[in-house]
Design a protein around this ligand. Structure first.
Ligand SMILES: Nc1nc2c(c(=O)[nH]1)N[C@H]1C(S)=C(S)[C@@H](COP(=O)(O)O)O[C@H]1N2
Ligand SMILES: [Mo]
Length: 349
């Protein structure tokens, strides 16, 4: 197998679409304006612990092994592509999405990549249900954990990025994806194959898949004990498809667009406030509202006062989870779900 390390990210990262964040790249939310339901690859965020490897599909193998399987299995790229496929529309979102707002809104700065709200994207993923592979490999009834490992370089002294999933989740809706938005996975998003774990923190969606171990005992890795402890299902969030510090002209009519999402289910309501939270108006929904992806919405507004303001959007999911004004403190800055204060300026024109 040939692996070449390259400058952390392969695809172009033009500054009108991305903000570089350490070894990753955050999508600018204004880049979703006018787009359809899915996030095009040219603006989909990238989170790499090290660097994108360039893997050769002709020598690539996916190994399934461990004491939780009766018939360990090794698959080629061709064999994976020949299996009955499944397609899902799902978000991949970093658990640290919105981390910077712990510091900027709540005066609780935390360490780690200071993502705004752009560490999320929704794509159409095509691949093979992990359930199918596990059944093919003779999943035992007493198997408990499924540990997927990536083929990118080891991260510091923690080894390859790997994250155990409970068998129940692995059997439910996890995909071994080889296509993103109708094309083979791009190198930065896991070519030749990655996991997509709908609704869960992005760290579970292991890219550049090489190895899946199924264990009859619970497995701990640095990605469950140190880095992403207690993070699985993503909370409710909302974003405007606007530049940070967007400008508006007083008296003109605008239609503002945004999207809201929740790892737990469908979004049922989105409200927007133009007066700092004193009053809220319901936004209108358009497009689809899929669980584990997002809901696009819009609302009309004609600014009446010049000066600096904030726009607020808050969503509610089908389980009744609503975005609070204050996110519960988290030592690593995960799961920021509070209403984000989006700064704008209204000018006299
Ligand atoms: N092998 C591997 N898989 C990985 C990562 C990584 O660094 N290496 N990063 C994880 C994290 S933390 C996130 S948020 C998602 C990001 O997926 P994307 O880069 O396709 O947007 O990939 C996950 N899978
Ligand atoms: Mo992440």
């Amino acid at each position: 197998m040939t692996t070449h390390a390259v400058a952390t990210i392969v695809k172009p990262l033009p500054p009108h679409l991305f903000i570089r964040r350490e070894t990753g790249a955050e999508m600018r939310w204004e880049a979703m304006a006018g787009q359809g339901y899915h996030t095009p690859v040219d603006r989909f965020f990238v989170r790499n612990h090290t660097a994108t490897p360039l893997l050769d599909p002709s020598t690539w193998r996916l190994r399934l092994h461990g004491d939780g399987l009766r018939r360990p299995l090794t698959l080629t790229y061709g064999q994976l592509l020949a299996m009955p496929p499944a397609t899902i529309d799902a978000a991949v979102e970093c658990a640290g999405n919105g981390r910077r707002f712990y510091g900027t809104q709540q005066h609780q700065p935390v360490e780690g990549t200071a993502w705004g709200l752009g560490a999320i994207g929704v794509a159409r993923w095509r691949g093979v249900p992990l359930r199918h592979l596990l059944q093919l490999a003779g999943l035992r009834e007493d198997a408990v954990d499924v540990v997927a490992e990536g083929l990118d370089a080891p991260f510091e002294d923690h080894g390859h990025v790997r994250r155990p999933l409970p068998v129940s989740k692995a059997l439910a809706d996890v995909l071994v994806a080889y296509e993103m938005n109708g094309r083979p996975l791009p190198p930065d998003h896991g070519f030749p194959a990655r996991l997509v774990v709908p609704g869960w923190a992005g760290t579970a969606s292991i890219k550049w898949l090489g190895d899946i171990e199924v264990s009859t005992r619970p497995v701990a890795t640095p990605w469950t004990t140190a880095f992403y402890r207690d993070v699985s299902v993503q909370p409710v969030k909302s974003a405007f498809e606007l530049p940070w510090e967007a400008t508006f002209v007083r008296g003109r009519p605008y239609i503002l667009h945004g999207r809201s999402w929740s790892g737990a289910g469908r979004i049922v309501e989105v409200e927007v406030s133009f007066d700092g939270g004193a009053s809220w108006r319901a936004a209108e929904h358009h497009g689809r509202r899929l669980a584990r992806a997002w809901l696009p919405w819009h609302i009309g507004w004609s600014p009446r006062e010049t000066g600096d303001h904030v726009l607020l959007a808050r969503a509610t999911d089908e389980h009744g989870a609503v975005q609070p004004l204050l996110a519960p403190w988290h030592p690593q800055g995960y799961h920021f779900d509070a209403v984000v204060q989006h700064p704008i300026r209204v000018t006299a024109g």
